[in-house]
Design a protein around this ligand. Structure first.
Ligand SMILES: [Zn+2]
Length: 75
């Protein structure tokens, strides 16, 4: 598995935010996380070198590296 096919799954995700380098999507159709195979709740697409995350409720995260982006899946 290499990366995540965002374009292929785009119609199954609802985009919540886009600040240019990062994008946040909500999973609205049970799309499976490529790292663990379980459906994820939200997808954070990171296109810059550094990012910090706000506090969360302890949900599990999975990371998938692409060529120049990191996909972070929150369950
Ligand atoms: Zn996962």
């Amino acid at each position: 598995m290499t990366g995540f096919d965002l374009h292929g799954e785009r119609h199954r995700l609802k985009q919540l935010t886009d600040d240019g380098d990062t994008k946040l999507f909500e999973n609205r159709d049970g799309v499976a996380c490529p790292a663990c195979g379980e459906p994820f709740g939200r997808l954070f697409v990171i296109g810059r070198e550094t990012v910090s995350f706000p506090e969360n409720d302890g949900s599990r995260f999975c990371l998938v590296h692409g060529d120049d982006t990191v996909h972070l899946f929150r369950h």
